[in-house]
Design a binder for this molecule. Structure first.
Ligand SMILES: [Zn+2]
Length: 298
């Protein structure tokens, strides 16, 4: 069964550990993607927002370069590598950097990581603070360039405002708040709103979001899907692994090479049709949706 993953931090791991995409020290690497039958993989550009600006710019450019020089050539033509931006404080009001992101093919971007920046407030910030004027300008820039708005890492008010202003919206890596109350997780009302927006939600394998500890069983991941199904969200959820950005993962799913184990497990709990959607089809369908043509809509 094909797999699509809406978020990983392999680029960050590659630069921090100075390892190539072929190295098994990167969880999402050339071989693990092949062994896991991954057809669509999102690679996030991430730079720590507290770094000096010059260092951030250097790191961002290095990751863009690695995506094109190492990752894309290493993957078979049938495997799609998608570039995303995690946290937009750096290019927020920098038009030349925005242009570089466009030229690099960035297709998705989130406004913040967990912090407050010039655009918005991340999930570590008070929930009542909304997106700043610069953040709304950035979303408008995303809309006009067909760059999907990623609500991952936003605080709650930021989420609702991003959802309202975005043409296309997903939450690339999160989990379910009614199962475990973590600021990075989504409430049922938020999940319903993403569904109404025709969006997508990627579920992580991060135990901290699943149960608050450093260990989670595969069955606990399945409970997330069970819950999503119970509120009618089975057609908008999928995988947002967060591999290479997390220090622990669900037991028995150590990396993409273990996706066959995940699929076998899910098939014991859900219909083949639902599993195919969660593994691949739901994200694929979301990506394939054409941008709403504003002239047609009027
Ligand atoms: Zn993240």
């Amino acid at each position: 069964m094909y797999i699509a993953d809406a978020h990983c931090d392999a680029l960050w791991k590659m630069t921090q550990q100075s390892v190539p995409f072929t190295s098994s020290r990167v969880t999402v690497n050339k071989n693990s993607l092949k062994n896991g039958n991954v057809k669509t993989q999102v690679f996030a550009l991430y730079v720590p927002p507290h770094w000096p600006i010059k260092k951030q710019r250097h790191e961002l450019k290095r990751q863009m370069e690695l995506f094109h020089s190492q990752i894309k050539p290493a993957l078979p033509a049938s495997t799609e590598a998608i570039l995303a931006l995690e946290g937009a404080s750096l290019p927020g009001e920098d038009q030349s950097l925005q242009q570089k992101l466009l030229e690099s093919g960035v297709s998705m971007a989130s406004l913040t990581w967990n912090e407050e920046n010039a655009l918005a407030y991340g999930s570590s910030q008070p929930s009542h603070l909304g997106i700043k004027a610069a953040g709304k300008r950035f979303i408008a820039w995303q809309n006009s360039n067909n760059i999907i708005v990623d609500g991952a890492h936003l605080n709650e008010k930021g989420f609702w405002e991003a959802l309202e202003h975005a043409d296309r919206f997903l939450v690339s890596h999160t989990n379910i708040k009614s199962i475990y109350n973590h600021p990075r997780n989504l409430t049922d009302a938020q999940i319903q709103a993403v569904k109404e927006k025709d969006g997508f939600i990627g579920l992580t394998f991060y135990p901290l979001f699943i149960n608050g500890s450093s260990e989670a069983a595969l069955l606990e991941f399945t409970r997330q899907i069970d819950h999503a199904c119970s509120i009618g969200a089975e057609r908008i959820i999928g995988i947002g692994s967060d591999f290479d950005g997390i220090d622990h993962t669900v037991t028995s799913i150590q990396g993409p090479e273990d996706y066959p184990i995940l699929v076998d497990h899910l098939l014991r709990h859900f219909s083949k049709d639902i599993v195919k959607g969660i593994a691949y089809g739901n994200f694929r369908r979301f990506l394939d949706k054409k941008n709403l043509n504003k002239f047609e809509a009027n």
